[in-house]
Design a protein around this ligand. Structure first.
Ligand code: C2E
Ligand code: MG
Ligand code: MG
Length: 709
């Protein structure tokens, strides 16, 4: 059978022409390709051209002899492992020895047995091939080890002898000359805290136990790398452990990547605190622990006061810095005041988290009673309230805290977090900030009621359950209608008409206000056009705008579209805004109001006197109408200071050329007082309650009834 060696290329170097001829004959017959050279010099030259797989080389030649040729061939590229068979005289042992010394692979003595020659050549070629394979696979293995940052080693416990691959040494940043050859050479380079682990594992391997282990090593340059080692014992025929063989792999990059992934999934990148997901999982474990030990544990939610304003007025960079500062204070508080912060795998404090936006949370383990919790929360607030300097501004931060306790308020992490959230939103509603609020059953009921109201409102919006009512604005001296205010109602299928005071704040809170408010604008314009089409000559109608909708980017476009669609003059529609929504971000307000002014749309300040009541902003924003809040009208007859305030507002608006309207006029006497103080235009039950579109239409047709004397 021919094998792949049969077409190998052979080079015969011999000065004897006959030997060459016969050898070439014999070898060609076997299928080899044969080249011939008649002296050493020619042989070397041909070697470079024909790149033979094997050389047959005569020892005795004129010129350079076979030994010299052999030596030179070994120095050629690819010459190192070239099979060279030397042709020597029979029994010429000194030549044979010399031939091996010069690097010959094998020899064959003259006279040559041609059959034997063929077999010898084939044998030598085959073993050369095997050697090539071996070297190649060793290279591949070494490469694989280098690429995979993996080294191999073998340790013989008897005599404490360690043998290792080059890559193994490279993993330690060392080489054969520096490393040492015993067990201690390794252990001394292992991170001190991990040495015990490795010693124990090796001890086990010595007694026949395989192991897999991760440990850290310290390189000569001080770098710490994490390694994974797998080792198996090798047994001798008597069943005793003769050696331990293992691989060592540098897994630092993998560990680092895993750490990054974990970090991104579980930590907030701005503050470095755990995020909501991480907090929830840690809390889960804490609740389980507490349950098993019949302990309590608690959650505190923190919500910054007026953070939106920092964001709006100082910009996002400053706001981010504030959040980072706050996170640091919380972390310090948890570490130094509560002594927590040992929980995380990596030593991170996992008991403090940023839940999102300006909301943070803290969890507390161990039986801490209500009073102690409130005390802790108050101390925390005191810490947070220390002034900070950010972007050249001195700021005083404050927050509200909501607390919930396991198992008193809830039995699992999710519900516990919800309770704390409910408590904190309750404390926010209470007003001024810096409030600590414990969760109560009452809140549970209220929050449930709120949730069902929210769902009902969502459905109501979809099913068209909203209605517009209109209240007349009256000139009390002329006794005629000079305007109307559009007031939204919700025709709840079970509860009847629900007041906007109940559902507008809810709609703002849960993000329904935009769609609700858009519906109002469109409906009012539609109604106005319908009245006009009926020949009623409707007076200007005002629409209440919530703060959220006022800042909504699509607002002016919506108004333009509604007015154009029904061909309504901008002067016919007025918008009412509260002082607080105007004041929230003065620059932005200016920009938005410019859009209103450019279009000739009128703006009224609603509930004037209950907020900033600032003359400066009336001027700055060039507002058209001021509506005096009902509370001043209420007591105008009995409370001289209310009367004085109304008088002042009237005087002030007159100098600025702003119209004034009094709200909530219920009695004739109130109306008379207002007229006496110079305020003729008013709105109130005395003249007309908010009425359905049909009823208001009747009022427009018939005019106001004469007031009873
Ligand atoms: P507002 O804009 O100050 O509206 C005046 C409120 O006073 C109305 O309450 C009106 O019914 C009530 N009122 C009028 N005259 C009298 C009176 O003589 N005595 C008393 N006690 N009350 C009187 P309503 O309709 O319940 O609306 C409450 C608030 O809800 C409004 O206060 C306004 O801020 C808001 N709102 C109403 N409709 C809308 C709307 O379409 N969009 C928005 N964003 N808010 C609305
Ligand atoms: Mg109003
Ligand atoms: Mg009002």
């Amino acid at each position: 059978m021919r094998d792949m060696l049969d077409d190998a290329r052979l080079l015969i170097i011999d000065d004897d022409a006959l030997t060459r001829l016969l050898a070439a004959e014999a070898l060609r017959e076997s299928g080899f390709t044969v080249f011939e050279a008649d002296c050493g010099e020619e042989g070397l030259r041909m070697y470079c051209n024909v790149e033979p797989d094997l050389v047959l080389l005569d020892v005795m030649m004129p010129g350079i002899d076979g030994f010299e040729v052999c030596r030179r061939l070994r120095e050629e590229p690819r010459g190192e492992r070239l099979p060279i068979i030397m042709l020597t005289g029979l029994e010429d042992t000194s030549s044979i020895e010399r031939a091996y010394d010069e690097g010959a692979t094998d020899f064959i003595s003259k006279p040559i047995n041609w059959t034997l020659l063929r077999h010898r050549v084939r044998y030598v070629l085959r073993s050369a091939n095997l050697l090539d394979e071996l070297v190649r696979s060793e290279d591949v293995l070494a490469n694989a080890q280098r690429i995979g940052r993996m080294g191999s080693w073998e340790w013989r416990p008897d005599g404490d002898l360690l043998q290792c691959s080059d890559t193994y040494l490279r993993l330690f940043g060392e080489d054969v000359t520096t490393f040492g050859d015993g067990h201690d050479a390794v252990v001394s380079r292992v991170y001190p805290a991990d040495r015990g682990l490795l010693r124990e594992a090796l001890g086990g391997a010595r007694h026949g136990r395989a192991y897999q282990l991760e440990y850290r090593i310290v390189r000569p340059d001080g770098a710490v790398r994490t390694m994974q080692e797998i080792a198996v014992p090798v047994f001798d025929s008597a069943g005793a452990v003769s050696s331990v063989q293992g691989t060592l792999q540098d897994i630092t990059d993998r560990i680092e990547a895993e750490r990054r992934i974990r970090y991104l999934a579980y930590f907030d990148s701005l503050t470095g605190l755990p995020n909501r997901q991480s907090f929830r999982e840690t809390l889960d474990a804490m609740v389980l622990r507490a349950g098993r030990r019949s302990d309590t544990c608690a959650v505190m939610f923190l919500d910054m006061d007026r953070f939106g304003r920092i964001n709006e007025s100082l910009g996002q960079d400053c706001a981010d810095q504030v959040l980072q500062l706050l996170a640091a204070r919380l972390r310090d508080f948890s570490r130094f005041e509560l002594g927590t912060g040992l929980g995380g795998e990596s030593g991170d404090d996992v008991s403090v988290a940023r839940l999102g936006g300006d909301e943070f949370a803290l969890m507390l383990e161990g039986n801490i009673d209500e009073n102690a919790l409130i005390d802790i929360a108050s101390r925390l607030l005191t810490q947070l309230q220390r002034p900070v300097r950010v972007g050249g501004h001195d700021l005083t931060l404050s927050a509200c805290v909501g607390i919930s306790i396991f198992p008193v308020h809830a039995g699992d992490a999710d519900s516990l977090m919800k309770c704390a959230e409910t408590a904190v939103s309750q404390s926010k509603r209470e007003g001024s900030g810096g409030v600590v609020q414990l969760f109560t059953e009452q809140m549970k009921i209220a929050s449930f009621a709120k949730l069902s109201l929210e769902n009902a409102l969502r459905r109501g919006l979809e099913r068209g359950e909203l209605r517009m009512h209109y209240q007349a604005k009256v000139d009390a001296v002329q006794n005629c209608i000079v305007g109307a205010e559009a007031l939204v109602r919700w025709a709840h299928p079970e509860r009847g008409l629900v007041s906007p005071a109940e559902f507008i704040p809810l709609a703002e809170e849960v993000g329904l206000i935009i769609s609700l408010s858009e519906w109002v604008v469109r409906e009012v314009c539609r109604q106005y056009a319908e009245w006009r089409a009926d020949g009623l000559n409707p007076p200007p109608v005002s629409i209440n705008l919530s703060a959220g909708h006022f800042r909504h980017v699509g607002l002016l476009e919506l108004i333009d579209e509604a007015l154009a669609r029904h061909r309504i003059e901008p002067q016919q529609i007025e918008f009412e805004l509260t002082e607080s929504s105007l004041m929230r971000d003065a620059e932005l307000t200016d920009r938005i109001l410019n859009g209103f002014r450019e279009r000739g749309l009128r703006i009224a300040v609603d509930d004037f006197g209950t907020g900033y009541s600032s003359l400066a902003y009336l001027k700055r924003f060039a507002l058209n109408v001021v509506k005096i809040d009902r509370s001043f009208v209420n007591d105008i007859e009995d409370d001289p200071s209310d009367a004085a305030i109304v008088a002042a507002i009237v005087a002030m608006t007159r100098t600025l050329g702003i119209e004034v309207v009094a709200e909530g006029v219920e009695t004739r006497s109130q109306a008379q007082h207002l007229v006496a103080l110079g305020c003729n235009v008013m709105q109130g039950y005395l003249y007309s309650r908010p009425a359905s579109a049909a009823d208001f239409e009747a009022l427009l047709r018939d005019g106001l009834p004469r007031l009873a004397a």
